[in-house]
Ligand binder design. Structure first.
Ligand code: FCB
Length: 449
Protein backbone atom coordinates (compact mmCIF):
# COMPACT_ATOMS: atom_id res chain seq x y z
CA UNK A 1 0.00 0.00 0.00
CA UNK A 2 2.81 2.35 1.00
CA UNK A 3 4.65 1.63 -2.25
CA UNK A 4 1.56 2.27 -4.32
CA UNK A 5 0.94 5.55 -2.54
CA UNK A 6 4.54 6.52 -3.14
CA UNK A 7 4.32 5.76 -6.85
CA UNK A 8 1.08 7.71 -7.09
CA UNK A 9 2.58 10.72 -5.35
CA UNK A 10 5.67 10.69 -7.60
CA UNK A 11 3.47 10.35 -10.67
CA UNK A 12 1.22 13.22 -9.66
CA UNK A 13 4.15 15.40 -8.74
CA UNK A 14 5.77 14.69 -12.13
CA UNK A 15 2.55 15.52 -13.94
CA UNK A 16 2.13 18.71 -11.93
CA UNK A 17 5.72 19.78 -12.57
CA UNK A 18 5.37 18.95 -16.26
CA UNK A 19 2.19 21.02 -16.45
CA UNK A 20 3.84 23.94 -14.64
CA UNK A 21 6.86 23.72 -16.95
CA UNK A 22 4.61 23.81 -20.02
CA UNK A 23 2.56 26.71 -18.68
CA UNK A 24 5.69 28.66 -17.82
CA UNK A 25 7.24 28.03 -21.25
CA UNK A 26 4.03 28.92 -23.07
CA UNK A 27 3.96 32.22 -21.22
CA UNK A 28 7.70 32.94 -21.39
CA UNK A 29 8.31 31.91 -25.02
CA UNK A 30 5.36 32.96 -27.15
CA UNK A 31 5.42 32.08 -30.82
CA UNK A 32 3.65 34.93 -32.59
CA UNK A 33 2.16 34.42 -36.04
CA UNK A 34 0.88 37.51 -37.78
CA UNK A 35 -1.97 37.74 -40.19
CA UNK A 36 0.10 39.17 -43.04
CA UNK A 37 -2.90 39.91 -45.21
CA UNK A 38 -3.92 42.56 -42.69
CA UNK A 39 -0.52 44.23 -42.60
CA UNK A 40 0.59 46.96 -44.93
CA UNK A 41 4.05 45.53 -45.56
CA UNK A 42 4.96 48.44 -47.79
CA UNK A 43 4.76 50.86 -44.93
CA UNK A 44 8.28 50.77 -43.55
CA UNK A 45 10.56 53.41 -42.07
CA UNK A 46 14.35 53.40 -41.82
CA UNK A 47 16.71 56.01 -40.47
CA UNK A 48 18.58 58.07 -43.05
CA UNK A 49 21.91 56.59 -42.08
CA UNK A 50 20.72 52.98 -42.26
CA UNK A 51 23.05 50.89 -44.43
CA UNK A 52 21.68 48.65 -47.18
CA UNK A 53 23.74 45.73 -48.33
CA UNK A 54 24.34 42.21 -49.52
CA UNK A 55 26.58 39.42 -48.27
CA UNK A 56 28.71 36.68 -49.81
CA UNK A 57 31.45 34.29 -48.69
CA UNK A 58 34.73 33.39 -50.41
CA UNK A 59 34.27 29.66 -50.91
CA UNK A 60 30.76 30.16 -52.22
CA UNK A 61 31.66 32.62 -54.99
CA UNK A 62 35.39 32.90 -55.71
CA UNK A 63 36.11 29.59 -57.46
CA UNK A 64 39.37 27.70 -57.94
CA UNK A 65 39.96 26.98 -54.25
CA UNK A 66 41.76 24.19 -52.51
CA UNK A 67 40.74 24.06 -48.86
CA UNK A 68 38.89 21.97 -46.26
CA UNK A 69 35.70 22.31 -48.26
CA UNK A 70 37.06 21.32 -51.68
CA UNK A 71 38.62 18.25 -50.06
CA UNK A 72 35.33 17.40 -48.38
CA UNK A 73 33.44 17.79 -51.66
CA UNK A 74 35.83 15.29 -53.26
CA UNK A 75 35.95 12.81 -50.43
CA UNK A 76 32.16 12.79 -49.98
CA UNK A 77 31.34 12.82 -53.66
CA UNK A 78 29.41 16.07 -53.19
CA UNK A 79 28.78 18.55 -55.95
CA UNK A 80 32.02 20.45 -56.47
CA UNK A 81 32.28 24.15 -55.88
CA UNK A 82 34.76 24.28 -58.81
CA UNK A 83 34.67 27.61 -60.57
CA UNK A 84 31.73 28.83 -58.40
CA UNK A 85 30.80 32.35 -59.62
CA UNK A 86 34.37 32.88 -60.86
CA UNK A 87 34.25 35.95 -58.68
CA UNK A 88 38.02 35.92 -58.20
CA UNK A 89 38.32 36.96 -61.87
CA UNK A 90 35.10 38.91 -62.12
CA UNK A 91 34.92 40.85 -58.89
CA UNK A 92 35.03 44.24 -60.59
CA UNK A 93 31.92 43.42 -62.63
CA UNK A 94 30.28 41.97 -59.53
CA UNK A 95 30.94 45.13 -57.56
CA UNK A 96 29.26 46.99 -60.38
CA UNK A 97 26.13 45.03 -59.46
CA UNK A 98 26.35 46.34 -55.89
CA UNK A 99 26.37 49.86 -57.27
CA UNK A 100 23.53 49.03 -59.61
CA UNK A 101 21.44 48.09 -56.57
CA UNK A 102 22.44 51.30 -54.80
CA UNK A 103 23.96 49.44 -51.86
CA UNK A 104 26.06 51.10 -49.20
CA UNK A 105 27.51 48.09 -47.36
CA UNK A 106 28.93 44.76 -48.53
CA UNK A 107 29.93 41.80 -46.39
CA UNK A 108 32.45 39.34 -47.85
CA UNK A 109 35.02 36.90 -46.50
CA UNK A 110 38.73 36.37 -46.85
CA UNK A 111 39.95 32.96 -47.99
CA UNK A 112 42.78 31.91 -45.68
CA UNK A 113 43.84 29.06 -48.01
CA UNK A 114 44.78 31.61 -50.69
CA UNK A 115 46.96 33.54 -48.29
CA UNK A 116 48.68 30.59 -46.63
CA UNK A 117 48.31 27.61 -48.98
CA UNK A 118 50.87 25.61 -46.99
CA UNK A 119 51.72 26.07 -43.32
CA UNK A 120 54.01 29.08 -42.96
CA UNK A 121 54.13 29.78 -46.73
CA UNK A 122 52.51 33.12 -47.38
CA UNK A 123 51.43 34.45 -50.74
CA UNK A 124 51.17 38.24 -50.84
CA UNK A 125 49.31 38.51 -54.15
CA UNK A 126 45.86 37.45 -52.94
CA UNK A 127 46.07 39.84 -50.01
CA UNK A 128 46.79 42.61 -52.50
CA UNK A 129 43.71 41.54 -54.47
CA UNK A 130 41.55 41.77 -51.32
CA UNK A 131 43.08 45.16 -50.63
CA UNK A 132 42.14 46.27 -54.16
CA UNK A 133 38.59 45.05 -53.53
CA UNK A 134 38.41 47.18 -50.40
CA UNK A 135 39.62 50.25 -52.31
CA UNK A 136 37.15 49.61 -55.07
CA UNK A 137 34.24 49.29 -52.64
CA UNK A 138 35.18 52.47 -50.84
CA UNK A 139 35.48 54.35 -54.11
CA UNK A 140 31.87 53.30 -54.80
CA UNK A 141 30.70 54.61 -51.44
CA UNK A 142 30.20 51.05 -50.17
CA UNK A 143 31.34 50.12 -46.67
CA UNK A 144 33.37 46.88 -46.65
CA UNK A 145 32.54 44.41 -43.86
CA UNK A 146 35.17 41.68 -43.70
CA UNK A 147 34.58 38.18 -42.32
CA UNK A 148 37.79 36.40 -41.36
CA UNK A 149 36.41 32.87 -41.21
CA UNK A 150 33.35 31.82 -43.16
CA UNK A 151 33.38 28.00 -42.91
CA UNK A 152 36.56 27.50 -45.00
CA UNK A 153 40.24 27.25 -44.13
CA UNK A 154 43.40 25.63 -45.55
CA UNK A 155 43.44 21.86 -46.00
CA UNK A 156 46.72 21.60 -44.06
CA UNK A 157 45.07 23.20 -41.03
CA UNK A 158 42.11 20.84 -41.27
CA UNK A 159 44.54 17.90 -41.39
CA UNK A 160 45.92 19.10 -38.05
CA UNK A 161 42.44 19.10 -36.54
CA UNK A 162 41.34 22.71 -37.26
CA UNK A 163 39.19 24.26 -34.56
CA UNK A 164 38.74 20.94 -32.78
CA UNK A 165 42.22 21.38 -31.28
CA UNK A 166 43.10 24.25 -29.03
CA UNK A 167 46.78 24.10 -30.00
CA UNK A 168 45.83 25.02 -33.60
CA UNK A 169 44.39 28.40 -32.68
CA UNK A 170 47.64 30.40 -32.93
CA UNK A 171 47.80 29.66 -36.70
CA UNK A 172 44.32 31.06 -37.13
CA UNK A 173 45.01 34.12 -35.04
CA UNK A 174 48.26 34.79 -36.94
CA UNK A 175 46.43 34.66 -40.27
CA UNK A 176 43.75 37.06 -39.02
CA UNK A 177 46.31 39.49 -37.63
CA UNK A 178 48.05 39.56 -40.99
CA UNK A 179 44.82 40.42 -42.78
CA UNK A 180 43.95 43.01 -40.16
CA UNK A 181 47.37 44.66 -40.49
CA UNK A 182 46.86 44.95 -44.25
CA UNK A 183 43.26 46.17 -44.35
CA UNK A 184 42.31 47.81 -41.08
CA UNK A 185 43.47 51.23 -42.24
CA UNK A 186 40.37 51.14 -44.48
CA UNK A 187 38.10 48.41 -43.10
CA UNK A 188 36.30 49.40 -39.93
CA UNK A 189 33.88 46.55 -39.41
CA UNK A 190 35.08 42.97 -38.90
CA UNK A 191 33.31 39.67 -38.30
CA UNK A 192 35.72 37.24 -36.69
CA UNK A 193 33.85 34.00 -37.29
CA UNK A 194 30.71 33.26 -39.22
CA UNK A 195 28.06 31.19 -37.44
CA UNK A 196 30.28 29.23 -35.07
CA UNK A 197 27.33 27.06 -34.01
CA UNK A 198 26.49 26.10 -37.60
CA UNK A 199 30.15 25.32 -38.23
CA UNK A 200 30.45 23.14 -35.12
CA UNK A 201 27.09 21.37 -35.29
CA UNK A 202 27.19 20.72 -39.05
CA UNK A 203 30.83 19.64 -38.98
CA UNK A 204 30.93 17.67 -35.75
CA UNK A 205 27.38 16.57 -34.84
CA UNK A 206 25.49 16.17 -38.11
CA UNK A 207 28.55 15.45 -40.24
CA UNK A 208 27.26 17.50 -43.17
CA UNK A 209 30.17 19.94 -43.25
CA UNK A 210 33.89 19.14 -43.05
CA UNK A 211 35.34 17.29 -41.28
CA UNK A 212 32.10 15.26 -41.34
CA UNK A 213 32.36 13.93 -37.80
CA UNK A 214 29.49 12.86 -35.58
CA UNK A 215 30.53 13.31 -31.99
CA UNK A 216 28.90 15.40 -29.28
CA UNK A 217 32.19 15.68 -27.39
CA UNK A 218 34.05 17.01 -30.38
CA UNK A 219 31.20 19.43 -31.00
CA UNK A 220 31.41 20.81 -27.48
CA UNK A 221 35.20 21.05 -27.67
CA UNK A 222 35.00 22.83 -31.03
CA UNK A 223 32.38 25.24 -29.69
CA UNK A 224 34.67 26.25 -26.85
CA UNK A 225 37.63 26.62 -29.20
CA UNK A 226 35.65 28.81 -31.55
CA UNK A 227 34.75 31.04 -28.64
CA UNK A 228 38.40 31.07 -27.59
CA UNK A 229 39.49 31.98 -31.13
CA UNK A 230 36.97 34.79 -31.31
CA UNK A 231 37.96 36.16 -27.91
CA UNK A 232 41.70 36.01 -28.60
CA UNK A 233 41.13 37.78 -31.86
CA UNK A 234 39.01 40.44 -30.24
CA UNK A 235 41.70 41.21 -27.69
CA UNK A 236 44.49 41.16 -30.27
CA UNK A 237 42.75 43.24 -32.95
CA UNK A 238 41.50 45.82 -30.46
CA UNK A 239 45.00 46.23 -29.07
CA UNK A 240 46.18 47.05 -32.59
CA UNK A 241 43.33 49.43 -33.34
CA UNK A 242 41.08 50.36 -30.43
CA UNK A 243 38.45 52.01 -32.60
CA UNK A 244 37.99 48.98 -34.89
CA UNK A 245 34.50 47.51 -34.72
CA UNK A 246 34.81 43.79 -34.06
CA UNK A 247 31.94 41.32 -33.85
CA UNK A 248 30.86 37.89 -34.94
CA UNK A 249 28.06 36.74 -37.23
CA UNK A 250 25.66 34.75 -35.08
CA UNK A 251 23.09 32.51 -36.64
CA UNK A 252 19.93 32.68 -34.55
CA UNK A 253 17.65 29.81 -35.38
CA UNK A 254 14.68 29.64 -33.04
CA UNK A 255 13.55 26.33 -31.64
CA UNK A 256 9.84 25.97 -30.97
CA UNK A 257 8.07 22.85 -29.72
CA UNK A 258 6.12 20.98 -32.36
CA UNK A 259 3.36 20.51 -29.81
CA UNK A 260 3.09 23.49 -27.47
CA UNK A 261 1.36 21.31 -24.85
CA UNK A 262 4.11 18.68 -24.75
CA UNK A 263 6.69 18.99 -21.95
CA UNK A 264 9.05 16.78 -23.94
CA UNK A 265 8.87 18.98 -27.06
CA UNK A 266 9.43 22.04 -24.85
CA UNK A 267 12.40 20.43 -23.12
CA UNK A 268 14.04 19.61 -26.49
CA UNK A 269 13.30 23.11 -27.79
CA UNK A 270 14.76 24.86 -24.75
CA UNK A 271 17.86 22.65 -24.69
CA UNK A 272 18.58 23.18 -28.37
CA UNK A 273 18.01 26.91 -28.18
CA UNK A 274 20.37 27.10 -25.25
CA UNK A 275 23.11 25.21 -27.11
CA UNK A 276 22.47 27.12 -30.32
CA UNK A 277 22.29 30.64 -28.90
CA UNK A 278 22.22 30.78 -25.10
CA UNK A 279 25.66 29.26 -24.60
CA UNK A 280 27.24 31.82 -26.97
CA UNK A 281 25.44 34.88 -25.71
CA UNK A 282 26.17 33.70 -22.17
CA UNK A 283 29.84 33.26 -23.10
CA UNK A 284 30.03 36.89 -24.18
CA UNK A 285 28.14 38.14 -21.15
CA UNK A 286 29.86 36.09 -18.46
CA UNK A 287 33.24 35.00 -19.85
CA UNK A 288 32.29 31.34 -19.34
CA UNK A 289 31.06 28.80 -21.83
CA UNK A 290 29.98 25.19 -21.31
CA UNK A 291 31.61 25.09 -17.92
CA UNK A 292 34.96 26.60 -18.97
CA UNK A 293 36.34 30.05 -18.43
CA UNK A 294 37.14 31.56 -21.82
CA UNK A 295 39.84 34.15 -21.44
CA UNK A 296 38.88 37.49 -22.99
CA UNK A 297 35.38 36.47 -24.02
CA UNK A 298 33.50 38.70 -21.58
CA UNK A 299 32.33 41.76 -23.49
CA UNK A 300 34.27 40.72 -26.62
CA UNK A 301 31.91 42.39 -29.08
CA UNK A 302 31.51 45.89 -30.47
CA UNK A 303 28.46 44.74 -32.40
CA UNK A 304 26.60 41.52 -32.96
CA UNK A 305 26.02 40.30 -36.50
CA UNK A 306 22.67 38.57 -36.80
CA UNK A 307 22.01 35.90 -39.44
CA UNK A 308 18.34 34.96 -39.36
CA UNK A 309 16.56 32.39 -41.53
CA UNK A 310 13.91 30.38 -39.71
CA UNK A 311 12.62 28.48 -36.69
CA UNK A 312 12.75 24.71 -36.21
CA UNK A 313 9.89 22.80 -34.70
CA UNK A 314 11.27 20.28 -32.28
CA UNK A 315 10.06 17.01 -30.83
CA UNK A 316 11.54 13.86 -29.44
CA UNK A 317 12.43 12.49 -32.85
CA UNK A 318 14.53 15.10 -34.57
CA UNK A 319 16.44 14.43 -37.79
CA UNK A 320 20.11 13.89 -36.94
CA UNK A 321 21.56 13.71 -40.42
CA UNK A 322 20.43 17.07 -41.73
CA UNK A 323 17.64 15.81 -44.04
CA UNK A 324 15.91 18.58 -45.89
CA UNK A 325 12.49 18.03 -44.46
CA UNK A 326 11.25 19.99 -41.51
CA UNK A 327 7.93 20.37 -39.79
CA UNK A 328 5.96 23.57 -40.31
CA UNK A 329 2.90 25.26 -38.85
CA UNK A 330 -0.30 25.08 -40.85
CA UNK A 331 -0.16 28.73 -41.93
CA UNK A 332 3.52 28.63 -42.95
CA UNK A 333 5.06 28.23 -46.39
CA UNK A 334 8.08 25.97 -46.81
CA UNK A 335 11.06 27.47 -48.60
CA UNK A 336 13.06 25.43 -51.11
CA UNK A 337 15.56 24.62 -48.40
CA UNK A 338 12.80 22.74 -46.62
CA UNK A 339 12.36 25.01 -43.65
CA UNK A 340 9.45 27.40 -43.13
CA UNK A 341 9.39 31.11 -43.86
CA UNK A 342 8.79 32.66 -40.44
CA UNK A 343 9.46 36.40 -40.59
CA UNK A 344 7.87 36.91 -37.17
CA UNK A 345 10.87 35.06 -35.72
CA UNK A 346 13.17 37.80 -37.02
CA UNK A 347 11.85 40.07 -34.27
CA UNK A 348 12.39 37.36 -31.66
CA UNK A 349 15.95 36.87 -32.90
CA UNK A 350 16.57 40.63 -32.66
CA UNK A 351 15.20 40.66 -29.11
CA UNK A 352 17.43 37.73 -28.22
CA UNK A 353 20.69 39.32 -29.36
CA UNK A 354 19.65 42.68 -27.90
CA UNK A 355 20.44 41.19 -24.49
CA UNK A 356 24.11 41.75 -25.39
CA UNK A 357 23.52 45.48 -25.36
CA UNK A 358 25.66 46.24 -28.41
CA UNK A 359 24.57 47.58 -31.81
CA UNK A 360 23.17 45.02 -34.25
CA UNK A 361 24.14 44.50 -37.88
CA UNK A 362 21.92 42.14 -39.87
CA UNK A 363 24.71 40.20 -41.51
CA UNK A 364 22.47 37.71 -43.39
CA UNK A 365 18.84 37.20 -44.29
CA UNK A 366 17.41 35.72 -47.47
CA UNK A 367 15.72 32.70 -48.99
CA UNK A 368 16.43 29.82 -51.38
CA UNK A 369 13.95 30.41 -54.17
CA UNK A 370 15.07 29.48 -57.69
CA UNK A 371 11.86 30.75 -59.31
CA UNK A 372 11.83 34.00 -57.34
CA UNK A 373 8.22 33.52 -56.30
CA UNK A 374 8.69 33.73 -52.54
CA UNK A 375 11.61 36.15 -52.30
CA UNK A 376 9.65 39.40 -52.86
CA UNK A 377 7.32 38.59 -49.96
CA UNK A 378 10.15 37.23 -47.89
CA UNK A 379 12.09 40.44 -48.36
CA UNK A 380 9.12 42.69 -47.67
CA UNK A 381 8.04 40.83 -44.53
CA UNK A 382 11.53 40.77 -43.04
CA UNK A 383 12.08 44.44 -43.81
CA UNK A 384 8.73 45.25 -42.24
CA UNK A 385 9.73 43.41 -39.07
CA UNK A 386 13.10 45.18 -39.13
CA UNK A 387 11.47 48.55 -39.51
CA UNK A 388 9.16 47.79 -36.55
CA UNK A 389 12.13 46.70 -34.42
CA UNK A 390 13.99 49.92 -35.23
CA UNK A 391 10.82 51.87 -34.43
CA UNK A 392 10.76 50.20 -31.01
CA UNK A 393 14.24 51.53 -30.37
CA UNK A 394 16.57 48.66 -31.33
CA UNK A 395 19.94 49.93 -32.50
CA UNK A 396 20.20 48.20 -35.88
CA UNK A 397 22.73 49.62 -38.30
CA UNK A 398 22.40 47.61 -41.49
CA UNK A 399 20.74 44.87 -43.49
CA UNK A 400 22.79 42.50 -45.69
CA UNK A 401 20.71 40.39 -48.01
CA UNK A 402 21.95 36.84 -48.46
CA UNK A 403 23.03 36.80 -51.14
CA UNK A 404 24.12 39.16 -53.87
CA UNK A 405 24.04 36.34 -56.43
CA UNK A 406 23.35 32.60 -56.62
CA UNK A 407 26.33 30.65 -55.38
CA UNK A 408 27.67 27.37 -54.04
CA UNK A 409 25.44 26.48 -51.12
CA UNK A 410 27.74 24.15 -49.13
CA UNK A 411 26.30 20.64 -48.67
CA UNK A 412 23.45 21.49 -51.07
CA UNK A 413 25.77 22.50 -53.89
CA UNK A 414 24.26 24.65 -56.62
CA UNK A 415 20.67 23.53 -56.07
CA UNK A 416 19.80 26.31 -53.63
CA UNK A 417 19.47 29.73 -55.22
CA UNK A 418 19.72 32.64 -52.81
CA UNK A 419 20.70 35.46 -55.20
CA UNK A 420 19.26 38.85 -55.97
CA UNK A 421 21.05 38.10 -59.22
CA UNK A 422 20.48 34.78 -60.93
CA UNK A 423 23.70 33.15 -62.12
CA UNK A 424 23.91 30.87 -65.14
CA UNK A 425 26.80 28.66 -64.07
CA UNK A 426 27.47 27.54 -67.68
CA UNK A 427 28.05 31.04 -69.00
CA UNK A 428 28.61 32.97 -65.74
CA UNK A 429 25.97 35.39 -66.88
CA UNK A 430 24.28 37.32 -64.07
CA UNK A 431 20.69 38.51 -64.37
CA UNK A 432 18.89 40.73 -61.91
CA UNK A 433 15.81 38.97 -60.52
CA UNK A 434 12.46 40.68 -59.97
CA UNK A 435 13.19 40.60 -56.24
CA UNK A 436 16.51 42.31 -56.98
CA UNK A 437 14.59 45.07 -58.73
CA UNK A 438 12.30 45.30 -55.72
CA UNK A 439 15.24 45.54 -53.34
CA UNK A 440 16.81 48.25 -55.50
CA UNK A 441 13.54 50.19 -55.40
CA UNK A 442 13.24 49.89 -51.62
CA UNK A 443 16.86 50.92 -51.12
CA UNK A 444 16.38 53.93 -53.36
CA UNK A 445 13.20 55.04 -51.62
CA UNK A 446 14.64 54.74 -48.17
CA UNK A 447 17.90 56.45 -48.79
CA UNK A 448 16.31 59.72 -49.85
CA UNK A 449 14.89 60.51 -46.41
C1 FCB B 1 24.21 30.65 -43.73
C2 FCB B 1 25.64 30.76 -44.19
C3 FCB B 1 25.77 31.29 -45.59
C4 FCB B 1 24.73 30.73 -46.51
C5 FCB B 1 23.36 30.87 -45.92
C6 FCB B 1 22.25 30.36 -46.79
O1 FCB B 1 24.10 29.73 -42.69
O2 FCB B 1 26.37 31.61 -43.34
O3 FCB B 1 27.07 31.02 -46.03
O4 FCB B 1 25.03 29.44 -46.85
O5 FCB B 1 23.31 30.19 -44.69
Amino acid sequence: MHVLNGILIVLMATLALGALFVLYCRWRYPEPHLNWSEIDIESIKFPADFLWGAATAAHQIEGGLHNNWSEFEDSRGLERSGEACDHWNRWQEDFEMLSELGLTTYRFSIEWSRLEPEAGEWDSEPLQAYSDMVDNLISRGIRPVVTLHHFSHPAWWEDRGGFAKKENLPHFVAYCERVFEALSDRVEVWCTINEPIVFSSMGYTLGQFPPGHRSIWQTLRTMRNLMRAHSELYVSLKSRKPDACIGMAKNVTLFDPLNRWSPVDWAVARLLEWLWSGAWLGGIRTGRMLGSRISGSKGSLDFIGLNYYTHFLTGLFMPTTGELSFAKRENEVLTEFGYPMYAEGFKRAIDLVSALDVPIEITENGVADSKDVLRPDHLRRHLWILSEAIGEGHDIKSFHHWSLMDNFEWAEGYSMRFGLYEVDFETQERTLRKSGELYRKIVKEHMKI
